[in-house]
Design a binder for this molecule. Structure first.
Ligand code: C5P
Length: 245
């Protein structure tokens, strides 16, 4: 299950990050670097994780004109990212240019081609907020996620980031080989805060629904005992996997 868990390092203290990575050791292979650690530490944090033998999901959620996003993807490849995120709502040309940049990019010959993921609708957004934000869209939130997933697939992306609640409809329209990465995960154990997440599922439910990777931040990085929290989450994932195979 450790190949399916991505721990989100949303921390502002490098020594805390290093201590956590050392503590979690072999239990975790993938780490997510988003706006918080990247703003604080830049490419050095990616280099540090690669040196530790870890894979990096560089979650900078690019959303700009096609040329800017495509060149940023080239930079992400040079940096050593394994998974790169762009906003699917940036549109077909932006997505297509990004795919071309990844396919023709260099610098990953020894590590395998990085995979490009489209962000659909943030997992902190619920149905009510979605209709406030996009009042003139005729689609429901779930229909919008599926629409963006189809757009991402038609542009050649490897997969999407979506809530675990939308895994089933995305699978139906995009197939089994399309990656689905799901944040918005909260362990079943009592006392776990929902935080700002709205469309959540437990690790077990997300694996049962068919997530390729689950992304978890605060339930691990803010836990009193991150090793115990990680082991409990891996166990929940394992149960979900066993019950579906
Ligand atoms: O701490 P928590 O488990 O809520 O962290 C979830 C992580 O997943 C955050 O780093 C957030 O940026 C990210 N994310 C998300 N929803 C998305 C895309 C990414 O929560 N749709």
């Amino acid at each position: 299950m450790k190949d399916k868990l991505i721990v989100s390092l949303d921390l502002i203290d490098m020594s805390q990050i290093q201590a956590l990575v050392e503590k979690l050791n072999e239990r975790v292979l993938y780490y997510k670097i988003g706006a918080i650690p990247f703003t604080c530490f830049g490419p050095e944090i990616v280099a540090y994780l690669n040196q530790q033998g870890k894979k990096v999901m560089l979650d900078l959620k690019y959303h700009d004109i096609p040329n800017v996003v495509a060149r940023a993807c080239e930079g992400a490849i040079q940096m050593g990212a394994d998974l790169i995120t762009v906003h699917a709502s940036g549109g077909f040309s932006m997505l297509e240019e990004s795919v071309k940049a990844v396919l023709t990019g260099s610098g990953y010959e020894n590590a395998g081609k990085p995979r490009l993921l489209g962000i659909t609708v943030l997992t902190s957004i619920d149905e009510a907020y979605f209709s406030d934000l996009f009042g003139n869209i005729k689609r429901t939130l779930a229909e919008q996620v599926v629409f963006l997933a189809q757009l991402a697939r038609s542009a050649g992306l490897d997969g999407v980031v979506a809530s675990p609640r939308e895994i089933v409809p995305i699978r139906q329209c995009c197939g089994d080989d399309f990656l689905i990465v799901t944040p918005g995960i909260r362990p079943a154990e009592s006392g776990i805060a929902q935080d700002d997440q709205a469309r959540t599922m437990t690790p077990k439910e997300a694996i049962q629904a068919g997530a390729d990777y689950i992304v978890i931040g605060r339930p691990i990085v803010k836990a009193a005992d991150p090793v115990a929290a990680t082991e409990a989450i891996l166990k929940e994932m394992e149960h979900g996997y066993r019950e579906t195979t």
